[in-house]
Design a protein around this ligand. Structure first.
Ligand code: TYM
Length: 344
């Protein structure tokens, strides 16, 4: 039997949702809902791999949910929920802790970046983080995963885990009626001009929630004035813009701003350079401010409106969790059987 195509993706509720999250992930979610059954998860279990204030965690979980809704995800047709509400994520993650190899996790660059120099003091959860991410996806036997470039290595690990589980338990899978193995190998969807949006202050580092400089990112909740200020202050170089993509080589800040413009205007980089080539950044930045305000401000406003009624957001999450359970629970029962647990 051919597996049904299913999209799964997640965002951490760790505050400062930004333009990188929007262009790298959320706009892709909005597009994919037209063609696929989708689950969009606020990954609160992942968030606590680094200490979170409980009140802020709740606030940020609602805020990511509000961003999904404000960007146009239809919570009736698709599933929006928070990860901790479906216990199968944690349960399958444990099984994957026993499938994945230490050597695989030792190669994860994100752990090295996040743990920094003080690795001994990082939580065990931060180290095992990619196994939980594999569990998120595979619990639903999802086939497609839209993410930004920074998640590529985690997606490769999820495929390795799926493959190893299928091989380790091949006879048991077959006995349960899954001759080709239980898990699909999920495909990363990393497409478009904004898979890696860079900091507005430094074109060589990624735009990130944790950058101490607020000027480095456009937050989804920034008002029009803040967006305009951040674009105006964005780092550039003294040369005018080139007329062709080859001229962006070695000019990371220029390349980043063109990529952002391209994603928001849904126009190719070449097309934009043909228009702005030879002109000063100040001209281009004016157009970029208009575009960014037009794209982001209405979403920020709608997020603020939705956040005024946390009860309504919680009801949407609860409804989504109920429907996520309906998919996850039968899968978890099959997985327990395959692994050899006695189901009472
Ligand atoms: P998170 O919360 O860091 O980011 C959410 C999504 O935004 C993308 N992203 C970016 N894209 C372009 N440019 C940037 N500067 C940028 N920064 C972030 C991320 O690639 C991601 O798609 N581990 C994941 C969450 C997760 C998940 C999952 C994703 C948990 N389980 C299962 C997919 C499937 C994370 O930390 O994303």
């Amino acid at each position: 039997m051919k597996l049904q195509e299913r999209v799964f993706s997640g965002i951490q509720p760790t505050g400062n949702l930004h333009l990188g999250n929007y262009l790298g992930a959320i706009t892709k979610f909005v597009a994919l809902q037209e063609s696929h059954d989708c689950l969009f998860c606020v990954v609160d279990l992942h968030a606590i791999t680094v200490w979170q204030d409980p009140g802020e965690l709740r606030h940020n979980t609602r805020e990511v949910t509000a961003a999904f809704l404000a960007a146009g995800i239809d919570a009736k047709k698709h599933i929006i929920f928070n990860q901790s509400a479906v216990s199968g994520h944690a349960e399958l993650a444990w099984i994957f802790n026993c499938v994945a190899r230490m050597g695989w996790l030792n190669r994860m660059t994100q752990f090295k970046e996040k743990a920094g120099k003080n690795r001994e003091n990082a939580s065990v959860g931060l180290y095992a983080y990619p196994n939980l991410m594999a569990a998120d996806i595979l619990l639903y036997r999802a086939t497609h995963v839209p993410v930004g470039e920074d998640q590529k290595q985690h997606l490769e690990l999820a495929r390795d885990i799926a493959q190893k589980f299928n091989t380790d338990f091949s006879d048991s899978c077959a006995a349960s009626g899954f001759a080709d193995g239980y898990f699909p190998l999920p495909e990363p969807l990393i497409t478009g001009p904004a898979t890696r949006v860079m900091s507005l202050r430094d074109g060589r580092s990624k735009m990130s929630k944790s950058d101490p400089s607020d000027l480095s990112r456009i937050n989804m909740t920034d008002d029009a004035d803040s967006i305009a200020k951040k674009v105006r202050k964005a780092k550039t170089d003294p040369e005018p813009l080139p007329s062709e993509a080859a001229g962006l080589e070695g000019r990371p800040e220029a390349a980043n701003l063109i990529g952002i413009y391209s994603a928001m205007a849904e126009r190719s980089g070449d097309d934009i350079l043909a228009e702005f080539g030879g002109r000063q950044f100040s001209d281009f930045k004016k157009a970029l401010v208009d575009l960014a305000v037009e794209n982001i401000s209405p979403i920020g406003e709608e997020m603020r409106r939705l956040m005024e009624d946390p009860g309504e957001i919680d009801a949407i999450l609860a409804d989504g969790a109920g429907r996520a359970h309906e998919i996850a629970d039968p899968h978890m029962a099959e997985i327990r059987e395959i692994v050899g647990f006695i189901v009472s």
